[in-house]
Design a protein around this ligand. Structure first.
Ligand code: NAD
Length: 371
């Protein structure tokens, strides 16, 4: 293993520090027990940074984020900072990180852990063994396209405009990411758009098809219209391995897919930027899907699993430590099989534990794991 792997830990607000603390324990264990060589820097983001520095992310912290191999973020925000103007709010720190690191590919897995199958709103036989990943384009499309705005019309009415726009470069770089990731999984990519009614969708389909034929012939590529995909995700979600889609459809489909698994406290995510042509290194930020949960913050009640699974994604995608990522996922599965639950995933007959006891249990499961 190389000498040092650098990691910036931004705990943030609310339950952020509680859940990232459990990741820190796992990192320390990996350094001790497996010589992983993680060098961790901890800094402030969001409301915590506003309280200390007056801004949600300092230039110094941004500079560290550019230097490290990967960033792990807890959560930002809370009622204490709700009255501050938008540009200085906690969320602005997160947006700055995403923007300045150029994170154009957002990865959201939906995996059902078998002990939690009953928390899914779908029937067990539909979701059993579900393990799919959505790759969403994050920096283009209708959320950023020009022209945009609301104008007054001569008849006294108004007109609202947004523009769905994609270039071949934007499509190809996110498709490249999806193909690379599929290669580490089931080698299948389903590309999703609405080529039947949108020119940007037709371009999307043509570019993805051409890229696959040029350099990814080992991947099985299929195409699906977004409306059909929304339906297939609840009808037969196991048909998917990797779903590749744009910013708008990805926003909707990733929320839909994540709910197949039941609980917000179990959902990790990753966002990746462009690879450096010289080193191959790519900026990356990993974070749970959930927010800062002010209603339970400071009470040692939050589920740390989403953040731990985000760290597992980091091991896989930023450090090529697939075996170690598998270990964390297996440890989580083992602890859940043993009936250990935080309150958000609690069901009858299980043992309800705190954030730190969930962390203890996962660490113990890791320590007992062979290899
Ligand atoms: P939330 O995700 O924080 O909470 C929604 C509900 O889920 C709450 O009842 C909460 O207790 C529960 N929950 C969330 N994570 C949990 C966990 N790990 N374990 C157990 N229960 C959990 O969303 P919200 O309440 O809409 O937002 C709260 C704050 O978080 C707001 O300030 C919002 O802006 C911010 N937020 C931040 C992010 C982020 O940092 N990426 C994302 C979403 C919301």
């Amino acid at each position: 293993m190389p000498q040092s792997r650098t990691l910036l830990l931004l705990a943030g607000d609310g339950i952020g520090p509680e859940v990232t603390r459990q990741v820190r324990r796992v990192v320390d264990w990996m350094n001790r027990a497996r010589g992983a060589g993680f060098d961790v820097v901890e800094e402030l983001v969001g409301g915590a940074a506003i309280d200390r520095h007056g801004v949600p992310l300092t230039d110094e912290t941004m500079a560290i984020a550019h230097q490290v191999d990967a960033v792990l973020l807890g959560a930002v925000g809370g009622p204490r900072w709700d009255d501050i103007e938008f540009a200085r709010r906690p969320e602005a720190g997160l947006l700055r990180l995403r923007k300045e690191l150029g994170l154009f590919a957002n990865l959201r897995p939906a995996k059902v852990f078998s002990p939690l199958i009953d928390t899914s709103p779908l029937k067990p036989d539909v979701v059993e063994g579900l393990d799919l990943l959505i790759v969403r384009e994050l920096t283009g499309g209708v959320y950023f396209g020009e022209p945009r705005g609301i104008t007054e019309l001569p008849d006294g009415g108004r007109r609202g405009v947004n523009t769905q726009v994609y270039t071949s470069h934007e499509i190809r770089r996110v498709a490249e990411t999806a193909f690379d990731i599929a290669r580490r999984r089931g080698r299948r990519v389903c590309s999703v758009e609405k080529a039947n009614v949108m020119e940007s969708g037709r371009l999307w389909r043509e570019e993805v098809t051409a890229l696959a034929a040029e350099s990814h012939t080992d991947i099985e590529l299929s195409h699906m219209y977004a409306d059909n995909c929304a339906m297939q995700l609840v009808r037969n979600p196991r048909q998917f391995d990797v779903i590749l889609t744009d910013n708008l459809f990805g926003d909707l489909l990733s929320d839909e897919a994540s709910m197949l698994t039941g609980s917000l406290g179990m959902l990790p995510s990753a966002s990746l930027g462009p690879a450096d042509p010289a080193t191959g290194r790519r900026p990356a930020m990993y974070e749970p899907v959930h927010g800062s949960a002010p209603d339970i913050a400071g009470r040692d009640m939050a589920n740390p699993i989403a953040t731990l699974l985000s760290f597992a994604m980091m091991l896989r995608f930023s450090f090529d430590l697939g075996a170690e990522a598998d270990m964390i996922e297996a440890a989580v599965e083992k602890v859940l099989s043993g009936g250990i639950r935080t309150q958000d995933i609690m069901t009858d007959g299980m043992a309800r534990v705190s954030t730190s006891v969930m962390g203890d249990s996962i660490l113990r499961a890791l320590e007992r794991m062979p290899g």
